[in-house]
Design a protein around this ligand. Structure first.
Ligand code: ZN
Length: 303
């Protein structure tokens, strides 16, 4: 919005390039449209000869700190990827995809790249790591192929919960991809599970779909500064109630309706769902339209 015609957006250009290069690798590997993506084959077409366990990481790589647990690495000279296989299945696959992208993007070429929890699973500031995770998401979910499946179901947190296994991804990575790339207005807050004295849980980060960003801005600005309310009487009691039920695990997915003010000043209705996977509290905002809901309903209990 408000962009000058022909203005060059470098971030957008880079993202498109990463998707194109990753997509080309998927096609070359015969992995396009195959789920879960056969990452070994993608790693192979990225010119990497071998995937080894992290315990075999050669000693000529200088580790930055004894405290930093290295979970993945790409050694360019040896054309070898190292992955810590003691992680959960979804994390192993994410690490493989991340290292594959380091191998796919020609401007990442270097001596050795070491990855830890920060660069793989948190919001690293390092541009190269942000790019590797952006590409990893494309290798795991494959863009429109993910949405061809996801959009068959209702717009709900229940959809990533139900389909994450099919992509060999964690619920966390799937819910983020779903919210961040959804064609409609959708936003996701990732929150902690332990309430502070103030009666709020911390909000780690939020992700918004392009349409949400255009129409509403960033989700964080609509939520209390102190965090996601869990106790009543802090404002937004409906939100506090669903966060509380999700945290107490009395229901699988708790929901309520809220109105959110758009950038033009009008209030729009959202359905808000809270879900606790025992690591993070997910709070997903989906636009409530006047149209009847499309897509098959999902019963999490029976799936
Ligand atoms: Zn990395």
């Amino acid at each position: 919005m408000g962009k000058e015609p022909g203005a060059f957006d470098e971030a957008e250009f880079t993202q498109r390039r990463i998707v194109d290069l990753c997509e080309a690798a998927l096609v070359r590997a015969g992995a396009a449209g195959v789920f879960p993506t056969p990452l070994n084959e993608v790693i192979e077409v990225a010119g990497i000869d071998e995937i080894l366990d992290i315990s075999e990481l050669p000693t000529d790589i200088t580790k930055p700190s004894a405290l930093r647990r290295i979970l993945g690495a790409l050694h360019f000279r040896h054309r070898t990827v190292f992955v810590d296989r003691a992680q959960s299945g979804g994390r192993v696959r994410w690490t493989e995809a991340h290292e594959a992208v380091h191998g796919i993007l020609p401007w990442h070429e270097g001596q050795a790249l070491l990855d830890d929890d920060e660069t793989l699973f948190r919001s690293s500031e390092d541009q190269r790591e942000v790019e590797a995770n952006f590409g990893a998401a494309h290798l795991v979910f494959q863009g429109k192929r993910f949405f061809e499946q996801a959009l068959d179901f209702e717009h709900s947190i229940k959809t990533p919960i139900m389909i994450h296994d099919e992509f060999g991804a964690s619920i966390h990575a799937t819910a983020r991809y779903y919210a961040e790339r959804h064609p409609e207005s959708m936003a996701l807050a990732l929150c902690g599970r332990f309430p502070r004295q103030s009666g709020h849980v911390p909000i780690f980060t939020t992700f918004e779909s392009p349409s949400f960003k255009r129409q509403f801005g960033v989700l964080r600005q609509f939520l209390p500064e102190a965090g996601m309310p869990v106790n009543g009487g802090l404002g937004i009691d409906g939100l506090a109630a669903i966060a509380r039920s999700a945290l107490s695990m009395t229901v699988d997915v708790a929901h309520c309706e809220l109105k959110v003010r758009d950038l033009g000043g009008d209030f729009r209705r959202f359905r808000v769902e809270a879900f606790n996977n025992q690591h993070v509290l997910f709070v997903l905002f989906t636009r409530r339209s006047a149209m009847p809901r499309l897509g098959k309903k999902i019963d999490v209990m029976s799936s």
